[in-house]
Design a protein around this ligand. Sequence first.
Ligand code: GLC
Ligand code: MG
Length: 591
Amino acid sequence: MTQTTPDATSTELLHAADPADAPWWRDAVIYQIYPRSWADSDGDGIGDLPGITARLPYLRDLGVDAIWLSPFYVSPMNDAGYDVADYRDIDPVFGSLSDADLLISTAHGLGLKVLVDLVPNHSSSEHEWFKAALAAGPGSPERARYIFREGKGPGGEEPPNNWPSVFGGEGWTRVTEADGTPGEWYLHIFDTTQPDYDWNNPEVGDEFASILEFWCDRGVDGFRVDVAHGLVKEDGLPDWHGPIQLLDASDMSAEAALPPSHEESARIHETGAGPRPPMWDQDGVHDIYRRWRAVLDAQPAPDRILCAEAWVKPESRLAKYVRSDEMHQAFNFDFLDTHWAAGPLRESITTSFRENDNVGAPTTWVLSNHDVVRHASRLGLDQSLPRPNGISADRAQPDAELGLRRARAATMLMLGLPGSSYVYQGEELGLPESTDMPHEFRQDPTFHRTEGKEIGRDGCRVPIPWVRDAPSLGFGPSDATWLPQPDSYGAYAVDQQAGVEGSTLELYRSLLATRRADRMGLGSASWHPLSGGDVVAVVNASGDGARQTLVLVNLGADAVALPEGATVTHASGPLAEDGMVPTDVAVWARL
Ligand code: GLC
Ligand code: MG
């Protein structure tokens, strides 16, 4: 963070209320479904679209406004579907286009909007375009859709630059040309099977505009844009010696974190570009999003949205993605990455409102997704260490009880703040990470490409437990699950929590119901005088000031007394007998 905010808080307005008729996405709670792991209809152990459709009423009852589906497109699944071979069709493992149509119309019938995942940085190596590029050879228009270059050194044996892959290993792979000789190299910021597009080529832009239209025509309400900060690379593809910072704290290629070279420092100095890796957050990406915004705004129902997955710092740079003629939302990874400490949380909240309000965008909030350790486990780890990329049996284990206690409090803070929130499947059950999965089951390319140094993301992608005493915990009709479910998951199953007072599921339902009834997502925010030290305390008020809700979390050792007359409506854990708020507990209270 470049700008520092004084730690002391004031009652000054942090964020002004939205009008009551604000568009749906300004305060939507959006539930992320990871299709492989949510609900399996056919017993093959992999979740699918008919499975999702059948269970949508659960989400209506949970009280969310929209779903976002991680990729369901045709894919060899080398990165769980983030390696797309056909953007206009469904992978048979998930179903068919008519299953997608039924899913979308069923969701709409239940009052749920549907966002789909768009993966524009790279295709799969099985995509027709990439196959054609390999076949057509150097210098062809087919190759010009991707980033092919001659290698360096004698015989072109060295990769064109030193960029690593985010998943470990080199960021370039050399191809064998049609005549059997070693040929050009292609860039892949992720797995070898995920070649990066060349977004300088207008054909790529046209293709993606057409893909957006294809899914708009099928009725989707928006797109979550994968690696939105990566599409444009710095001209000349210069070497880079710093961290590549995709997933921040514990970067997947931490070993690449060397100090900048002499040339690099000079370049940074000359261009004033700042120490920004040449593969991320280049200014040229914004033209792409302006074009997409125009595509969406030209639709018959112009309330469709774009949400950026952009691991960009500082937040003032992230805010550029949500200027009024670009995307509508960007994930707030700064909030997700903030340790369980009151000062940093207050600072993240202040900065998030300030930077988004500067450009007129709603702030989003998120604590978990399919790429990070689930917050019920993350918050049970030593908070002085960076967030790990996965947990295995031989590494430090989270304190499950502490993690859940804090996770419930963190969720109450998130859902109590104005803006739009993202909820990752299973977090409403307080589901922990799978932390002892035997390595032979691991599928994340990160684990394999780093030879196990990085554990990777499989632990947050385990199939959801629905029914304790059923095969695959009710995930599907058979025992099969593509990743093993830990023994502990039975106790978290939906049927164990539904209707049970004090369960995490009932807490989410009740929070979401109140948030909706009180339109808290459109409220204003200001610090309450209790905020400061180890306490985060925000007043969320309706635009007319008639309703004022105190959202308070105590992260300190001593219990905190609530203001006189405050009526607690929700608490993440039991309060002390005298009504004080104990350590790691959050409350919502009417003032
Ligand atoms: C994004 C996705 C992640 C994927 C990567 C490459 O970060 O969230 O799951 O591996 O992009 O597409
Ligand atoms: Mg299935």
